[in-house]
Design a protein around this ligand. Structure first.
Ligand SMILES: [Zn+2]
Length: 107
């Protein structure tokens, strides 16, 4: 048995998604916040320090929010695919849980 946090359900809305984890914790998470914390090769360097992070967040906030495509990777991660410049971001369940706890809304 492993005690890792597993995502058991994902409900995609227009601007956010509802995530349910294996410990029955449920969060509402904005796609914008997922994107702001993207760990892909393109987005991650833009979060290197606070100044860059602020610029990166402003850049993202200016983009039209488009509902991303979501694909599950094995049983440990999701890949979010945005038409606006980010398509290879792999978000592990643990990472999603961390963002959910820091920026999401607990339901
Ligand atoms: Zn990215």
């Amino acid at each position: 048995m492993d005690h890792k946090t597993v995502l058991i359900s994902l409900d995609r809305k227009d601007s956010c998604c509802i995530l349910v984890f294996s410990d029955n914790q449920k969060f509402e998470l904005e796609y914008l916040d997922v994107r702001k914390n993207c760990q892909c090769a393109k987005c991650k360097p833009k979060q290197a320090n606070d100044k860059m992070r602020i610029e990166f967040e402003e850049e993202i906030s200016r983009l039209m929010l488009v509902k991303p495509k979501v694909e599950q990777i094995g049983n440990y991660a999701l890949r979010f695919e945005w038409p606006t410049g980010c398509s290879s971001g792999i978000h592990s369940f643990e990472h999603l849980r961390k963002i959910s706890e820091s920026t999401g809304k607990k339901l």
